[in-house]
Design a binder for this molecule. Sequence first.
Ligand SMILES: [Zn+2]
Ligand SMILES: [Zn+2]
Length: 244
Amino acid sequence: MLRLLGAVVVGLLVSQVAFLLTTVYLHRALSHRALILVPAAAAVCRVLTWVLTGIRPRQWVAVHRKHHAHTDREQDPHSPLVLGYAPVQFNNAGLYRKVAKDPAAVARYARDLPADRWDTVLFDHALVGLALGVGLLVLLLGWELALVAAAVHTACYLLGGGAINGIGHLWGKRPFDNRATNNQWLAWIVAGEGLHNNHHAFSTSSRMSVAKGEVDPGWWLVRVLVALRLATLRRHSVEPVATG
Ligand SMILES: [Zn+2]
Ligand SMILES: [Zn+2]
């Protein structure tokens, strides 16, 4: 029983690392260029993203930039106002895949991130990365508990992403004039991304908390990276630039 609980905790911790990678590396650094990682840090993030999520960064970036370009309109890849809440909450990955499989969309929205040799050889092979991740868990926990941890991580990561895009455009506070919403309880779970209204208002800021009392755990990691000289901020202050 205690070992089972341990495996659940490992799964939760892995999903937290994945949320931090997603928000700091895929979202704030690659999609919005709010911070610039030194090459060694970017390489570590790239490997961890491959192993923990199987996501191809250029595809994630393309889907996300398309979301900002067409927020809650017909062409938004994952708008709960257009598609309804349930498909976004429970089939977020499927909605991502639709755009990710469209080479023209990826080329258009992620033209600054063309596939390189490392992608061809390694990182485009999502199943290899995920198999490596599960393999590491098997070494750590044995195969039965590894599968429990992997299942917990997968469920948390998929549902968390769905909640950012689903709940984060339907329910919560809207201090700024855009369709997205702030939910601090969600921000605690998904490394700050629950402060989605702030993000749509100031999308090139590497900090998602704005008002007093708002907490953005992803910003803590950004600050550590900057303190260790592993990243530099393009914009650290919150700026009044409406971006939809
Ligand atoms: Zn949004
Ligand atoms: Zn964004």
